[in-house]
Write a protein that binds this ligand. Structure first.
Ligand code: GRF
Length: 210
């Protein structure tokens, strides 16, 4: 039986598109956005996927919204919930409900630069290597067990935009790979470490050269 995936997003949805276009052995059973105008939601509709808009501004507070969101996610009986540019902090109650089957992609080499404006901060610190990370979501923001990372060398003339574009290209490579591993039941998540079952051919660290 193929892995049932619910995608949560808020905006352009390029990671979601990369996941769809990778042709993975998964069943995307719903795409949910807290922003009704999200381009990712339109892409889902164009591809005949179930697209749900749940406008967070119509709810009293985060807890009420997240409870409704969790019910909506649960309704689709997901094996995996994928955050693909979901730009709201999730409440502990939501995370507890889906822990172990909740993945996120973050545009930095965690644990460096959790939070927002990662490319600006990486340039301001003068790091030579930047990148992106797919990780399981836990209660601590951007700190869950790491599944895969891709490294991107920083160039002397990089701006936040040029660096973001090269990191994004790597995001589009690693997120489908991580989801495929999850769907194949190959991710072993123990004591905060993720190991890959049958790690003969695959890599969980990528560089732009690989
Ligand atoms: C990506 O950079 C992702 O790492 C971050 O939000 C951005 C979403 O981009 N969490 P997109 O909507 O997938 O194009």
């Amino acid at each position: 039986m193929s892995c049932r995936v619910v995608v949560l997003l808020s905006g352009r949805g390029s990671n979601f598109r990369a996941i769809v276009e990778a042709g993975l052995p998964i069943d995307i059973v719903a795409v949910i956005s807290n922003r009704p105008e999200a381009a990712g939601l339109a892409f889902a509709r164009e591809h005949g996927l179930t697209a749900v808009a749940l406008d967070h501004t119509q709810f009293a507070d985060r807890e009420v919204f997240d409870a409704r969101l969790a019910d909506e996610v649960e309704r689709h009986q997901p094996d995996l919930v994928v955050l693909a540019g979901y730009m709201r902090i999730l409440s502990p109650a939501f995370i507890a409900r889906f822990e172990g089957r909740l993945l996120n992609i973050h545009p930095s080499l965690l644990p460096a630069f959790p939070g927002l404006k990662t490319h600006e901060r990486a340039l301001a610190e003068g790091v030579k290597v930047h990148g992106c990370t797919v990780h399981f979501v836990t209660a601590e923001l951007d700190h869950g067990p790491i599944v895969i990372q891709a490294a991107v060398p920083v160039r002397a003339d990089d701006t936040p935009d040029t660096l973001a574009a090269r990191v994004l290209a790597q995001e589009h490579r690693i997120y489908p790979r991580a989801i495929q591993w999850f769907a194949e039941g190959r991710l072993v998540n123990k004591c905060g470490r993720v190991n890959l079952r049958d790690d003969s051919a695959s890599q969980s660290v990528l560089s732009t050269e690989s």
